[in-house]
Each structure stands twice: as C-alpha cells, then as structure tokens.
Design a protein around this ligand. Structure first.
Ligand code: CTP
Length: 403
C-alpha cells in the first residue's frame, strides 16, 4: 500500500515525539519514501539526526533550510509540498492545531501544510484540559471541515499524570490511518472541472425576514472537499452556511434561488460535471417588500405571503447539458425511488442521490447520511449510514466512471 509513496512527516514539540522515529522506521519498512520536517520545539524532544538517519534524508527544521537541509532554495516549501503524496503531522500540539486552523505559516511544518494540496493527517496530542478547551475543539472542527483528517487522541495516563483524552495513538494506529488515506489516494479527477452547489437559499420577504430551509451545506461541502482531494478543479456555489471553505476550492457565496440560478449559468460552461447538492427553494415570495413590514400596519389581520415557483435550475440545465454530467439530489420522505425516477427523467440527470431526512443518521446538519444512488439504467444502490465525506467519495466514484 505504501510502496514508493512520498510521505511527509511533520513533527511538533510534544512529548509523544519520541514515538516518531519508530513511525518513520515502519513507513520505510513498508517501502515509503519519507521526509521529515520539524518545528524548533520538536528538536527538544527528538533529534534531527535520529530522524535523518532513519528517513535517509536531511530533516528540515527551519524556514530557511541551508543547502544541506532541503534544497537550499527559497521555494523549498513548494517543491517539497509538490513531492508529497500525503503528510502526517504527529504529534500535533494545541499550538500547532490552532495555527494550522488559522492558516498561519510561521515554521516549516505549518508552511508545508499550507502549501500542500495532498491529504493531511493530523494527530493531536496534548494534556486533557487543553484538548477539552472549547477553542481547541473549535480549531479541530475547522480542520476537519477544511478537509484535514484529524485522528482522535486516545484516553489514558498523560505525561502530566492527569488522565483523559490527549495521548497520541500508538505507531500501529498511526500507520493504519496512513494506510487508510493511501488507499484513497487516487487523483482520478485531475484536470476535471466540477461545479458543486451547497446549502440553502434564502428568499426575502422584506429586508429583515426570509423563507429558508434547514440545509447546513455539509453534504455539498464534503463533495467539494473530496473532489478537490481527488485533484478536481472545484467551484463551490453556496447559500448561507457557517462552514469554512474546503482546501483548494473556489467558493462563491449566494443568497437567493435567483442568485444561485445566475451563478450556475455563469459557471456551468466547460464543466465536466455539475452536482446540485443545494437545497434550492422551490417557492419565493411574489413581492419583495422594500421596507420592513410593520405589524401595527397589518392591524390584527393574518399576514399572507404569496409564493411563486422559483426557476428549476437543474431542469433548465438539462437542454443545455451537452457532455456535462448532471447529478441531482432528491430529498424525499416517501415513495423515494418512484419520485427520484421521475426527477431523473424530467431533469435529464445522470445520477440521482436520494436521501430521506427522516431516517436516523441522515438529514439536515447531521455529520452522516444514508443515501440510495439511482443511475440512468434504473439501477439503485442502497448504502448504510456513513459520514458525508464517505458518501461524497462514493458519489464521486460513480461520477469518475461516467466521465
Ligand atoms: N433544484 C434546482 N432548482 C430548484 C429546486 C431544486 O436545481 N429550483 C435541484 C436541487 O438542487 C436538487 C434537485 O433539484 O438537486 C431536487 O430537488 P427537490 O427539491 O428534492 O425536488 P424538486 O424537483 O424541487 O421536487 P419536489 O419538491 O416536488 O420534491
């Protein structure tokens, strides 16, 4: 699995750094080519000499490597990040997790992580109180949503004597995670251009109020993150969500179904596939009142908002689709397959991803989804509950086949 893979190991200043020479040795035994970068603090825990001896390469320990370390040029980080098939940062201190989550690049490890487009595994290791701190948890969430694989620290006795989650997993667990990522290292969407929509649309009633829906955007963002990891050039059109932009994804924010329609039409040309994961409103208020509607002006009368259908983006794409693959989502609470078949026919879709928000583990805001995929030959494939990122890869596997 790891034979000839280029693996970059980033080491930061935590006590668990003592396990990293063993990790490097195991990676080498499995045939990987390993290069190590360290922060200044990491050198307090493990020596560059040990790691360069085991990896067979000079270790980069600073931002300005001499010719002995790295290649001595000012663009060493770009060359090294392009060389890497994947990167693992272990142990990742609370400080490193925070800096990584905020795009800082002030040492060799964060600089490489920011420059790299390959998958990055992060193994946080710190004391239990630091791990449980809400800021650390927010930073970990940002990393996960941006597309990093963050390994949960293990529970147990910590160097401080405290007990709880915070330990870096043993080397065999790290190796397992590295193999899992390596298994999905296909860059099978390289040079492919994808347009992905995500999130809800907001339809204004007046300048203050709107009609929206519960879509969190997580499924569309997972698709964008997974496609970018597989090498695609991804444009992500999103309604109002609170998610960070996945790595190497071009994001455009929209608000209404009209905005979404306009942007889809603008960006559709030249795309190999368009995946409509957005929950586009089916109805919008007929009148957008320019001033806030005051309740005293209505007296005690019931308020009526007249709704008119929005333009169906997928249906309008159908006659112009050319060679572009169209993937639609069908959110259904009953008669799923029958309705999805109708959607596929009417909107000339190549794939329909059916999900039912009433199923446990599926639906709005959830980290997981339960889907059935319908293809043009009428075949349905049912999947159990899995993370939205895994669902995204399953959808993309089918997109790759059809492309
Ligand atoms: N969609 C779209 N434009 C709209 C509404 C929906 O492109 N104005 C897309 C969605 O992004 C999704 C698919 O159409 O990929 C199905 O949306 P859904 O609301 O489930 O189905 P509808 O066709 O709108 O029909 P219904 O509401 O009756 O289920």
């Amino acid at each position: 699995m790891l034979e000839k893979k280029h693996i970059l190991v980033g080491v930061t200043g935590g006590i668990a750094a003592y396990k990293i020479p063993l990790l490097v040795r195991e990676l080498k035994k499995e045939g990987a080519d390993v290069r190590v970068v360290m922060t200044g603090a990491a050198k307090e825990f493990v020596t560059p000499l040990t790691l360069s001896t085991l990896s067979g390469h000079e270790v980069v320990t600073g931002m300005f490597p001499s010719s002995a370390e790295g290649n001595g040029s000012g663009t060493w980080h770009i060359e090294m990040s392009r060389w890497a098939d994947m990167m693992i940062i272990a142990p990742a201190t609370a400080n490193l997790v925070a800096r990584l989550a905020h795009g800082e690049a002030d040492d060799a490890v964060t600089t490489l992580a920011l420059a790299a487009s390959c998958p990055i595994v992060v193994s946080p290791s710190m004391d239990v109180d630091m791990w449980n701190h809400s800021l650390t948890q927010t930073n970990v969430r940002i990393l996960r949503e941006t597309g990093y694989v963050v390994l949960p620290p293990e529970e147990g006795e910590l160097a401080s004597g405290l007990k709880g989650p915070g330990r870096m997993p043993e080397v065999h667990t790290l190796l397992g995670a590295i193999r899992d990522v390596a298994r999905n290292l296909h860059r099978d969407l390289q040079k492919k251009k994808l347009l992905i929509t995500a999130g809800p649309t907001y339809e204004p009633i007046d300048p203050v109020r709107f009609i929206g829906n519960r879509s969190s955007g997580k499924m569309g963002f997972a698709l964008a993150a997974a496609a970018a990891q597989r090498g695609a050039e991804v444009t992500l059109l999103t309604g109002s969500v609170t998610l960070p932009t996945p790595r190497h994804v071009r994001r455009i924010d929209v608000e209404t179904s009209d905005d979404m329609y306009r942007e889809v039409m603008k960006y559709r040309t030249g795309k190999h596939a368009i995946i409509m994961a957005a929950a586009v409103a089916d109805f919008t208020p007929l009148k957008k009142v320019p001033k806030k509607i005051k309740k005293h002006e209505l007296g005690n009368a019931a308020m009526t908002v007249e709704l008119v259908p929005t333009r169906d983006i997928l249906a309008e794409l159908a006659p112009r689709k050319g060679n572009t693959l169209l993937v639609g989502f069908a959110l259904e609470t009953h008669n799923e397959i029958e309705f999805a078949r109708r959607k596929m026919r009417e909107k000339k879709l190549d794939l329909v991803v059916i999900n039912n928000p009433l199923k446990p583990g599926a639906g709005f805001g959830s980290e997981t989804n339960v889907v059935t995929i319908l293809n043009k030959r009428g075949k349905t494939e049912k999947f159990g509950r899995m993370t939205k990122f895994d669902v995204a890869n399953i959808i993309l596997d089918r997109v790759v086949k059809l492309l």
